[in-house]
Write a protein that binds this ligand. Sequence first.
Ligand code: NAD
Length: 541
Amino acid sequence: MAPPQNPMPAGGPLVEGPADPEHDPTAVYALEPDYVAGLTSRLVATTGRTAAVRSPLDGAPLAHIPQSSEDDVAEAFVRARRAQAAWARTPIDERAAMLLRLHDLVLERQDEIIDLTVLESGKARKHAFDEPLHIALTARYYARTAHRHLDTRRRLGVVPGLTRVEVNRVPKGVVGIISPWNYPFTMALCDGLPALLAGNAVVTKPDAQTMLTALLGARLLDEAGFPKGLWQVVAGGGPEIGGPIVQRADYVCFTGSTATGRLIAAQCAERLIGCSLELGGKNPLLVLRDADLEKAAEGAVRASFSNAGQLCVSMERMFVADQVYDRFVERFVARTQAMTLGATLAWENDMGSLISQDQLDTVAAHVDDAVAKGARVLTGGRARPDLGPYYYEPTILEGVTPEMTCFGRETFGPVVSLYRFHDEADAVARANDGDYGLNASIYSQDGDRARAIARHVRCGTVNINEAFGATFASIDSPMGGMRESGMGRRQGSEGIHRYTESQSVATQRLIRFAPMLGMSDETYAKMMTANLTIMKKLGRA
Ligand code: NAD
């Protein structure tokens, strides 16, 4: 690999380098040791062991992260519970004001967030920008709608005028959040913000590959004014540290693979606690015969190659109407071939690196398997070690059949398969085929028809004339998966109510729910029967 001559933006706050070649001849990027120490001091980690975080840009160690033990997880919960008791009494407006401060901080410090995200994940800078953007949107949305979700609400009482019913939203307590590496800033924070607003504390275990970005999120929460004990961060392996979190939490929010989600669901079921699971997908994009093909091809590039396809909602299957197939494919391939590729901190790249050797191996194995079984590569289909150690070209496949691994299994990389369809019902049936149901996209110039088709698609979100951004950035709408893509929803009222228990409080006046004034049980039953009949006639609920 030819290292970039001037990899850092001028005056970038984090990076010094190139690092001393005598000590680490492969390192191109390095972080200020004091900066790293400042971030890792936020961890509960006393084992004395560390694990390296490597930058996918050059494959060299970026930092060494102190590791937590099960005792550290227990200590994190003690601290979180202590902080939560006071936090639950903090007025909602004060909690919301902290979210609005976080919003401003995230926008002000976006260069720092983006630098660290790119260094840890290898993604293109423009895809890293999506992360502070999403957190700012989430913080503002929940701050501004806090009362709508959390205020005590009146409900219908059984006896109008005499039974007053109110429903309180009570925080669950301490929420455990286990998050993946693919959107390290977004995934570290977005599910935790509504948990905090609802009066909970959080103990979180971000993925080991992207700890620094997650720790920067914790630091920004501190700076926004959230009490420090409220957001505890631990570090370590999934089963070793994630398991003890699930054993202690009052609710678990997990984002990651379907395989791990299934394990976590079983552990939560054993403890009778709730969980939400945001899992994998094999998402379909439909190009109908009346689609604007330029828009569809432009959207298809973003749909499949944002974050090098390491995106739960990105598109790995495209179903294109026979009438427009050739014209769409020509445009999609041309746009893909025109992409600027590179693993650097600069803005100009259209697609960055995969995160690790494991990801590269999976992507290469899926493509090699498909090609060996007869699929055609329209563009891409090879690693690019000249660009970065884990770089793989954006790849479009044709002729993918059910016996190929990438037909139904999530690749989680920059690989998409194209399929023709003759009629729309058949396209929807094929889009619904398989175990997943996360996100879908439909391109058509007839919005009504596309929305009607969307109702038959078994996915938690459907974007019309957009890939995934329209639903994901519309924070008021719930986001999550059907079938094996998940359970529960993030965002919207669903995304905050999952962190609360509803508590009904009914105050009864004048009458009681039993015979009164010497009335017999039989007379009471007759009176109540008459009452029910009258209520129905009056149209009461
Ligand atoms: P993963 O399941 O291997 O890991 C995710 C997190 O779970 C990590 O923090 C990991 O350390 C932890 N973990 C692993 N095993 C554990 C265990 N036994 N107990 C507790 N914690 C454990 O997932 P991954 O492969 O790193 O992430 C990619 C997957 O995540 C893809 O399938 C992708 O589609 C999915 N994802 C889904 C969404 C969504 O919103 N639906 C978002 C991002 C990623």
